[in-house]
Design a protein. Structure first.
Length: 263
């Protein structure tokens, strides 16, 4: 992850690959999660609908189980805030992004272990009448936690400029700025640089590409498909740890530095 002193630096070319890789990871997680469990895990809208259906069928305990799934996504944001906000003694010292990235890696690792060595049955799509399996429930919760951590990490780092786990707001922003991107002279309420909307489109495509890759891999490799995400997350964790140590030294030697560094 990167340490930005100015949120607008998020749109610089040298950082764009990070947001695209993050979106690719989440797209793969979301698609593979659906193929494995019949549930989308990178957004929580559908769970509200499922909870309503479960409650309407008097599945009160099932409703409580479903409630903990969006709770896992929210907890990703809570954990990210707890780790990053409390470890920022001054602006020039980068927070420990590697801790949050490491938690994502661990969560995906547990998903692979549970899916490959514990949960051996073929998972079915949502059925209100069938018993909700504890291992399936744990897998979904871990995937939601990983997505919540990733979205919160990118959102925190870019001060809300970039989000990578869901496409609804992203698609709206693309639509609002598409004509203005084509015709810069057009008067707009939301005036943004062309690069911003190009990044949104690229993020959309990267998310979709991750979903495509998982759709190709999952039928053949099952939960081993998540190894792709695990390895990318592990690389980002090591990379973040190494660069934080470097940037911490730079900040100590040059406290007036305002340059955003990898951390």
């Amino acid at each position: 992850m990167v340490h930005l002193n100015d949120p607008n630096e998020a749109f610089e070319k040298k950082y764009i690959w990070l947001w695209l890789v993050s979106s690719f990871k989440v797209g793969l997680i979301n698609s593979a999660g659906f193929l494995a469990t019949g549930k989308f895990v990178s957004h929580v809208t559908g769970f509200g609908t499922q909870m309503g259906i479960a409650f309407g069928h008097e599945g009160y305990f099932f409703t409580l189980e479903l409630l903990t799934i969006p709770f896992s996504f929210i907890m990703g944001g809570v954990i990210t805030s707890f780790v990053l906000d409390r470890h920022t003694p001054h602006k020039s010292s980068p927070p420990p992004y590697y801790i949050v990235q490491g938690l994502i890696t661990i969560s995906i690792g547990f998903v692979i272990l549970l899916g490959e060595y514990v949960f051996t049955e073929n998972l079915k799509p949502f059925d209100i009448d069938e018993k909700y399996d504890l291992v399936e429930f744990t897998i979904i919760s871990l995937l939601c936690l990983a997505c919540g951590l990733k979205n919160a990490l990118v959102t925190w780092t870019t001060s809300g400029k970039v989000r990578v786990t869901h496409l609804t707001g992203l698609s709206t922003d693309i639509g609002l700025n598409l004509l203005g991107m084509i015709n810069p002279s057009m008067k707009r309420k939301f005036s943004e640089r062309r690069r911003v909307n190009i990044l949104r489109i690229a993020t959309f495509l990267s998310f979709s590409f991750g979903a495509l890759i998982s759709a190709v891999l999952f039928p053949h490799f099952g939960y081993k498909t998540f190894l792709t995400v695990f390895l990318i997350s592990l690389f980002m964790t090591i990379f973040s740890f190494y660069n934080r140590k470097r940037d911490h030294l730079i900040a100590f030697l040059n406290p007036d530095s305002k340059k955003g560094e990898f951390a």
